[in-house]
Design a protein around this ligand. Structure first.
Ligand code: FAD
Length: 333
């Protein structure tokens, strides 16, 4: 079989507690664009239990075909059964491109699938494009984020990549869009790699996800202390936003890791990102440069963050922010 026999884009759709994850809709959006460029279809592969209700949603977000692998054993993610299902789907469908979310599930699953299919995998891609000769150009940070590397897989199929949540954009939902739904057969082959999930403890908490916020007030080492973040909290409250942080602020212990923006944190694209006392290192910028409006406050007029900011304020955060908060309070009153 030649690599030209592989056609189409396949997206692994991730559900957790039977809820489709946003990253899968984002990948369908990107998959749709790639498929349109290549003149092929997008297939969504969904392993889970009692999942038929998701099919139409996935079609409306860009899938031409939805393959439902419905089995009680697939209700919760475990490596081996999911690998079997995805390998089977790829072997039958022969797509040229396969996309996974770079989530804890995708990062566990995709390498195993690629090893079984003896093809390559590019992890944590930040952009995907099609070359003139129909190759998938998979771009990701390399060498500690100092350069961007574009990787191709000219000799093996499928071309597989994982993409972090928040990097791609969903297509606008098209209600009533038509597509094919297949109830695919699953015969799981029990082997010594099977594990049994005894129980699932869901962490309870009121934590909000910075990837969902429309406004982020982000603090770096320039904030000076954990207490210094209170002032950022004050601004975030006035703007209905959340507080996020640079890695330096997280490493010192001023903020928890789930608030970290950047290459080893989360990728965010809020409507407004206010960078306070953040220098603008490439690894930080990689996680926030797609924000609609970026405001930077930094006491160093040469700080690199000003190169990507739409609006820059040169000054001490501790002096500037109280004035900003006061003005916003007047507007909100
Ligand atoms: P600094 O670089 O120390 O900058 C502090 C800034 O605050 C300076 O510009 C200073 O002028 C300003 N300042 C100081 N006092 C004040 C004040 N009173 N008022 C106003 N401004 C003030 N970083 C991330 O953020 N996210 C990542 O995910 C990430 N991943 C990484 C992955 C790798 C492999 C590597 C090698 C690095 C990574 N980093 C990441 C670290 C990154 O390189 C920087 O070290 C980090 O972003 C610096 O954080 P910072 O801007 O808060 O601190």
């Amino acid at each position: 079989m030649s690599i030209n026999d592989y056609k189409g884009v396949l997206v692994f759709v991730e559900q957790r507690f039977n809820e489709i994850q946003n990253v899968s809709l984002e990948l369908l959006g990107k998959g749709r664009k790639i498929a349109d460029e290549l003149g092929v279809d997008v297939t969504a592969v969904v392993p889970g239990s009692d999942i038929s209700r998701h099919a139409q949603l996935l079609i409306e977000y860009g899938a031409d075909k939805v393959m439902l692998y419905d089995n009680k054993a697939l209700e919760l993610y475990t490596t081996e059964p999911y690998t079997q299902v995805v390998v089977k789907a790829i072997t039958e469908e022969k797509p040229e491109v396969v996309l996974f979310g770079a989530t804890s599930i995708g990062r566990d699953l995709a390498p195993r699938v690629s090893a079984r299919l003896q093809t390559g995998l590019t992890a944590d891609c930040t952009s995907l494009d099609i070359s003139e000769d129909r190759l998938l150009m998979m771009t990701r940070p390399a060498f500690g984020g100092n350069i961007m590397a574009t990787i191709v897989s000219p000799e093996h199929r499928p071309q597989m990549s994982t993409v972090r949540p928040g990097v791609m954009t969903k297509m606008e939902r098209e209600p009533g869009r038509k597509g094919e739904v297949v109830n695919a057969k699953v015969a799981l082959e029990k082997n010594n790699q099977f594990v049994e999930v005894v129980s699932f403890e869901k962490e309870v908490g009121t934590k909000m996800d910075i990837q969902e916020a429309t406004v982020l007030v982000s603090g770096g080492r320039g904030i000076g202390s954990a207490d210094g973040f209170e002032i950022l909290d004050g601004l975030a409250k006035e703007l209905n936003g959340l507080v996020s942080a640079s890695r330096a602020a997280v490493d010192i212990g001023w903020m928890p890791h789930d608030r970290q923006v950047g290459q080893t944190g989360k990728t965010v694209r809020p409507n407004l990102y206010i960078a306070c006392g953040i220098s603008g290192a490439i690894q930080h910028v990689a996680g926030m440069e797609e924000s609609d409006l970026i405001i930077a406050i930094n006491k160093d007029k040469d700080a690199p963050i000003f190169e990507i900011a739409d609006l820059g304020i040169v000054g001490e955060v501790q002096k500037v922010l109280p004035l900003v908060i006061e003005e916003i309070k007047k507007i909100n009153a």
